[in-house]
Write a protein that binds this ligand. Structure first.
Ligand code: SAH
Length: 198
């Protein structure tokens, strides 16, 4: 058993297989490798963190991905969440604000065989309009408000999951789903703690 974690809230076999397949130890700093399979967030430099495995699995499950889904991630960080997505679909786009992290993550993903993941440096609140529409968008930093560009870039039945709240205040994981009328249904899922969207 590689990971010292259990995902009681996750039943999607694609997600469970992806969590097993991605070598998390490759995404954490060398001095933290021994903790790579603990179920907790870890620092990755530049004041950022790699999310806790249970949260990665839960958020990925809520996206209801298939192997043909087009998915956008905001906040590449270490590239770990992107790799989990990339185990499920080849159509993964990820935007990272900090240039150094974007470069390192892109190189790491390519080295591990996830060379089809597209990583771009930029402000993820603007999405990636050239590649829209997306079936799913996952934001891995906490926003004070839902970025309108992300809603605009969601296709029919599209799902957006993001932590919503102030950096030092309470945050909640929110799922928005475009319904047949083109409106968004909102569900508040879990209380969470993420680094802020910059
Ligand atoms: N998904 C990452 C964890 C990300 S931590 C992983 O699996 O490792 C949140 C990341 O969001 C940080 O890397 C941070 O630099 C980035 N970020 C913050 N604000 C952003 C913005 N406006 N656009 C894109 N990325 C942003």
């Amino acid at each position: 058993m590689k990971g010292r974690w259990r995902f009681d809230e996750v039943s999607d076999p694609l997600v469970l297989a992806a969590m097993e397949a991605v070598p998390r130890e490759e995404f954490v700093p060398g001095n933290l490798r021994a903790a790579a399979h603990d179920d907790r967030a870890l620092p990755i430099g530049s004041g950022q963190t790699i999310s806790q495995p249970a949260v990665v699995a839960y958020m990925t499950g809520q996206l209801r991905l298939s192997p043909t889904s087009r998915v956008l991630e905001i906040g590449t960080g270490s590239g770990y969440q992107a790799a989990v997505l990339a185990e499920i679909t080849r159509n993964v786009y990820s935007v990272e604000r900090i240039a150094g992290l974007a470069r390192t993550a892109a190189a790491r993903l390519a080295r591990l065989g996830y060379d089809y993941v597209q990583v771009r440096e930029g402000d993820g609140a603007l999405g990636w309009s050239e590649e829209a529409p997306f079936d799913a968008i996952i934001v891995t930093a906490a926003a004070a408000a839902i970025p309108p560009a992300l809603l605009a870039q969601l296709g029919p039945d599209g799902r957006l999951i993001l932590p919503l709240g102030e950096p030092d205040g309470p945050q909640v994981l929110v799922l928005l789903e475009r319904n047949p009328a083109g409106e968004f249904d909102r569900r508040d899922l879990w209380p969470v703690r993420f680094v802020p969207l910059l």
